[in-house]
Ligand binder design. Structure first.
Ligand SMILES: C[S@@+](CC[C@H](N)C(=O)[O-])C[C@H]1O[C@@H](n2cnc3c(N)ncnc32)[C@H](O)[C@@H]1O
Length: 323
């Protein structure tokens, strides 16, 4: 479908202002919270919010509240996003203002990554207790085993493997298993745990979920367990995870339903306070895994968190096997 002249003018008008163009260029890297945009742009929150409101009204960006924070991302709607993409493609990477913005965004991202990495380095030894503070491990693990489906796993990949709990849970059923994590401290513990469980076929690799360097369509089960809420660009991680899922394989994502436990940002480095089915479904579909089965595990404690398991596959048949 084409845009009318009026719609096109509205889009170009919204994009045709220096700060708003900078905002679009920044959001092309990843979704960002309002305060992060203010830091990069060095402008006040009311000012940045005014620009964001205009961009949202013109359909160029999407606003999504997440607990007490509000995030923005470029629209997924096809026509406005094509116009924005086309406008951004004309921009010179060497432009002084845009490259300064890019450097400041790098600083914001690096600070965030450092805080998360030192959190995991400091908490690696206690991770198994921290994990079970949120929810009952036994219930969640029972559902993960169900979502993984019966039978044999040729190649299992656990992204953000942490202390290796998913590998010790599912590894005994796999011929080959790879766990990948950014934290050496976590990997050291995962190696110990895998050895203690007698899992000699488990390989633990240092690596980044955004660029796993694992081959395309090669794993029949990929697991991403309680990792996405730490990430700046969870959609990109879902895409990378989906890339390595074999044609007849499946991806299992375990994370929280939307919640309001704001303290988890400060105390435990969470970036996103859970994910809705709609958001996760969109990311999975965009990543080529449109068939999704969702399981919700309500909290056992009052004021606890609901855990969600999204099992996704390329074909409905694959999911029926899991059901
Ligand atoms: C909350 S822990 C979960 C670990 C494990 N999946 C579990 O449930 O016990 C999150 C893990 O993700 C890892 N992680 C965070 N960002 C990552 C990234 N960009 N690439 C790979 N691993 C990452 C952290 O180092 C940490 O071990």
């Amino acid at each position: 479908m084409k845009l009318s002249a009026k719609q096109t003018v509205e889009i170009l008008r919204a994009a045709g202002e220096p700060t708003r163009l900078r905002i679009l260029a920044l959001l092309a890297h990843e979704e960002l919270a309002v305060l992060e945009l203010c830091r990069v742009l060095e402008q006040s929150q009311p000012r940045v919010s005014r620009h964001l409101k205009l961009l949202a009204e013109a359909g160029l960006v999407e606003r999504f509240p997440d607990g007490a924070w509000v995030f923005y991302r470029l629209t997924a709607a096809s026509q406005p996003s094509e116009v924005v993409g086309s406008v951004l493609s004309f921009l010179d990477d060497g432009d002084a203002v845009l490259s300064r913005d890019r450097r400041k965004l790098d600083d914001v991202q690096a600070e965030r990554a450092l805080a998360a990495q030192s959190y995991f380095a400091d908490n690696a030894a206690q991770w198994d207790q921290i994990r079970s503070l949120y929810v009952s491990d036994a219930d969640v693990e029972g559902e993960i085993l169900r979502a993984a489906g019966p039978g044999h796993i040729r190649r299992l990949v656990d992204l953000g493997a942490g202390t290796g709990r998913m590998l010790t849970l599912l590894g005994p059923r796999a011929d080959q298993a790879v766990g990948l994590d950014l934290s050496q401290q976590m990997l050291n513990i995962a190696r110990r745990n895998a050895t203690a469980a007698g899992l000699t076929h488990v390989e633990l690799r240092h690596g980044d979920i955004f660029d796993t360097r694992l081959p395309d369509a090669n794993a029949d089960l990929v697991v991403v367990h309680q990792v996405l809420h730490y990430l700046g660009d969870p959609a990109a991680a879902v895409k990378e995870a989906a890339r390595i899922v074999a044609e007849d394989g499946r991806l299992i994502i375990v994370d929280f339903a939307p919640h309001t436990h704001e303290f988890l940002r400060e105390a435990h480095q969470h970036r996103r306070l859970g994910f809705s089915d709609e958001e996760m479904g969109r990311w999975l579909t965009d990543a080529g895994l449109p068939h999704v089965a969702v399981t919700a595990l309500p909290p056992t404690l009052a004021d606890g968190l609901t855990v969600k398991i999204w099992a996704a596959a390329r074909t409905p048949t694959q999911l029926r096997i899991a059901a």
